[in-house]
Design a protein around this ligand. Structure first.
Ligand SMILES: [Ca+2]
Ligand SMILES: [Ca+2]
Ligand SMILES: [Ca+2]
Ligand SMILES: [Ca+2]
Length: 302
């Protein structure tokens, strides 16, 4: 059955599509040529249903693509496959994108490396910015029933803790590593999946206790004192805060005050300041040298 409802007509419960499908009206106001089904793909049971771009099936994804992004909010630790510490337990998270039909990654272009991915993952606030997909593991899900798959699995990696932010996943544009429809009757030329957007967000749990770091800091303000920047200090040892006397300037006075503190007089240094500027566990002349470097504009200690 090929269904092409007229403008204003309701869609049938589901439609099957074949090659040369005429434009029909999808459930939204968007015009498209793709098949739309009210039923989950698991109910339909088919894959090779025509030479059309497969759409993402929002409600079949895990978590489903609802209107509320809070339904797709994870801690960044859980999404990046990091276990809890100090006895904290929480479920490790992933995203499964589910399509109306079978999908594959274009393997004619070779094995994707970490720089190349079938989807892009960018900040919702900066769609043209850094593509976080290179920091993620993205694989086509293979079930026990064969080589064909409708799903791709997206999850973080323990070596890169993604920042707390709202993200959007889209199919990668360009010629290489396209996300393609699979199991079609006719595979020349290959048919990319239809454009889609799947959004999700991460909240920060950098200390991996299963609690939002904002809540941690509210309950225990000592966690964020040096620098006081809304981030739990122990998670960011690479940050070097140079304003030791807290007057808002970074200058020779800070060097002098740290030097005095190392000599035993910490009266001019902020009480919350950590005099171990280079984080090597010792408070000594090396910290002063590193601070001089920083004040001179030469960056943070290695
Ligand atoms: Ca936390
Ligand atoms: Ca902090
Ligand atoms: Ca200062
Ligand atoms: Ca030191």
């Amino acid at each position: 059955m090929i269904a092409t409802p007229e403008e204003g007509e309701p869609l049938p419960e589901y439609v099957l599509c074949a090659a040369n499908l005429a434009p029909h009206r999808p459930p939204s106001s968007e015009q498209d040529h793709a098949p739309f089904y009210h039923r989950l793909p698991a109910d339909l049971g088919g894959g090779a249903i025509g030479q059309v771009p497969f759409h993402l099936h929002g409600f079949a994804c895990e978590p489903p693509l609802t209107n509320d992004i809070d339904d797709r909010a994870f801690s960044n630790a859980a999404f990046c496959q990091l276990e809890g510490v100090d006895g904290a337990t929480y479920p490790i998270q992933k995203i499964v994108l589910d399509f109306y039909g079978y999908v594959r990654v274009d393997d004619d272009a070779g094995t994707p490396d970490r720089e190349e991915s079938p989807v892009s993952v960018t900040l919702e606030s900066d769609p043209g910015g850094y593509d976080f997909s290179r920091d993620l593991d993205i694989t086509v899900r293979r079930g026990s029933t064969g080589d064909l798959s409708r799903g791709i699995i997206i999850r973080g990696r323990p070596d890169v803790l993604l920042p707390a932010a709202a993200y959007v996943i889209r199919p990668q544009l360009g010629e290489d590593h396209l996300l393609l429809c699979d199991g079609l009757f006719d595979t020349t030329p290959p048919t990319p999946v239809a454009a889609f957007e799947y959004n999700f967000k991460l909240w920060s749990d950098c200390n991996r206790n299963g609690v939002d770091d904002e809540t941690d800091i509210t309950l225990d303000p000592v966690l964020d004192i040096w620098p006081m920047d809304g981030l739990i200090d122990e998670c960011h040892p690479e940050l070097c805060e140079p304003d030791y006397n807290g007057d808002g300037n970074v200058d020779q006075d800070d060097v002098d005050d740290l030097l005095a503190c190392i000599g035993g007089d910490c009266s001019r240094v902020l009480p919350q300041a950590n005099p171990d500027f280079n984080h090597d566990g010792n408070v000594d002349q090396d910290d002063v040298s590193a601070l001089i470097n920083r004040v001179a504009g030469n960056g943070c200690p290695a």
